[in-house]
Ligand binder design. Structure first.
Ligand code: ATP
Ligand SMILES: O=C(O)[C@@H](O)C(=O)CO
Length: 428
């Protein structure tokens, strides 16, 4: 049976978020890291494949090239519908990459229309009149205004997206969505006739997402956060392609040591780190300013972190983090440059993760999308089987190549305050 849904995610945590959503809906899902080099091995069966790119903050042209290569693979695997997954807080710069990638995918699929819907109500991301809310705050008032790489300072998604694309962007408002599937379909037909190519679509509840999913069953391309995926398995069931009703989440055990690596500076990650430290789990901070100054500064910092971690690991989980407050991050970025600071921290945390695994860690939580990208790449993991959800948007996964490792790739903003301690209790 060929793969039904082919997904392209612009970061690694976002990819597991989407894959977890599909698994909850009964679709067996595999996440592939980067563009696959050949067909899926014959012993892996999947209803959906999510290709995880690290394209959210790359130059737009690179993001387009990688996304088109991913699309080519997914089409050759027989996927019936394509899903471009971006962040539920629409993380991007004014130059891209959501607009340019959407344009390129539409052109390659020869489709004149798609939707844009980052809503994820279970995690407090709702869209009303085209404005994105995070909890009860507008996006621009939330912690996202301080994001180290993609600060979001405009909550109006039509405006944000229009700045990134030459396609005409419109809106399908909440009244239409509330009126149901037929009303959404009629509105799509109408705005297409008016020359709109991408419609931001309001959604404030899971019910809205179910209607949107059904209304968009025939669109070759969807662009969204993970929320819209809630409504897709039902379409494949109706088409007789999917029979499973329950979640497709079983994973094998991966006995071994436990660790947490955190490069996310989000408010959620900061609170989760404080919670786990309060519970007595040992934590070690890497100071980005120590990562430069000499050729071996980064290696020295990694060695120091490991000298601290090694004797503690057999007693229980350890945490290594670079997380800092918004004021501290700003000072570090002024000293090192934003991109360089991010890259140095990612390189250091990835090297720490590699050494933790070499020491026997087989259950690893990584917080932050960019950080997860760096860690999973350093561990040379090429694909993940998706398992049970820890908190909305964050499932456990198991690596499918080499020695199996359980990995939870936590989106910076996701997870309840007790996420780090709760996660272990869900492993088989
Ligand atoms: N103390 C710090 N100073 C400067 N940059 C930092 C610091 N700590 C982490 N970073 C960088 O900030 C970036 C955080 O991005 P990352 O995607 O990992 O987390 P996030 O944005 O919270 O998560 P998500 O993308 O899943 O929402 C990374 O590039 C990381 O290296
Ligand atoms: O949609 C989200 O918020 C997350 O899956 C994500 O993309 C974080 O990087």
């Amino acid at each position: 049976m060929s793969i039904m849904l082919g997904c392209i995610a612009d970061d690694f945590t976002g990819a597991t978020d989407l894959a977890g959503m599909l698994v909850q809906g009964g679709m067996k899902t595999v996440q592939i890291i980067g563009i696959p080099q050949g067909p899926l091995p014959s012993n892996i069966d999947a209803d959906a494949v999510v290709i995880a790119l690290k394209s959210r903050t790359n130059p737009a042209q690179e993001a387009v090239t990688d996304s088109l290569a991913a699309l080519k693979w997914l089409r050759s695997a027989g996927c019936r519908q394509i899903y471009f997954k971006y962040c539920s807080t629409f993380d991007s710069t004014d130059q891209g990459n959501i607009g340019p990638v959407t344009d390129a995918l539409m052109q390659a699929l020869d489709t004149p229309f798609t939707i844009a819907c980052p809503a994820f109500p279970e995690n407090g991301r709702t869209i009303f009149n085209g404005y994105l809310f995070v909890g009860d705050m507008l996006l621009e008032e939330s912690g996202m205004r301080h994001h180290p790489l993609t600060p979001m300072t405009d909550s109006n998604l039509v405006r944000v997206l229009q700045r990134q694309t030459s396609s005409r962007v419109g809106l399908i408002g909440h009244q239409i969505v509330k009126a149901g599937v037929q009303a959404i379909r009629q509105r799509i037909a109408q705005i297409k006739a008016d020359g709109i190519q991408i419609a931001v679509i309001d959604a404030t509840s899971n019910e809205d997402l179910m209607q949107i999913g059904q209304a968009c069953a025939d669109l070759p391309l969807l662009t969204a956060g993970s929320g819209v995926a809630l409504g897709l398995p039902q379409n494949f069931r109706e088409q007789g392609l999917l029979t499973r009703q329950d979640a497709a989440t079983s994973l094998p055990p991966t006995p071994g040591l436990r660790a947490i690596v955190c490069g996310s500076c989000s408010q959620a990650s900061q609170a989760q780190l404080a919670d786990i430290a309060k519970k007595g789990v040992p934590s070690y901070a890497i100071d980005p300013l120590t990562l430069t100054g000499s050729d071996h500064a980064l290696d020295d910092a990694v060695q120091a972190a490991m000298a601290w971690a090694a004797p503690l690991l057999p007693q229980g989980p350890v945490v290594v983090y670079a997380t800092a407050s918004a004021i501290r991050v700003k000072a570090i970025q002024e000293a090192l440059g934003t991109e360089r600071a991010g890259a140095l921290v990612e390189a250091a945390l990835a090297a720490v993760a590699q050494k933790l695994v070499a020491q026997g860690v087989r259950q690893l939580i990584v917080a932050g999308g960019e950080t997860s990208g760096a860690v999973v790449t350093a561990l040379k993991i090429s694909s993940l089987r998706i398992g049970p959800q820890i908190d909305p948007g964050v499932p456990w996964t198991v690596s499918l190549d080499g020695t199996p490792i359980s990995l939870a790739l936590k989106s910076g903003n996701f997870g309840n305050v007790d996420f780090f301690s709760k996660a272990w209790s869900l492993l088989p």
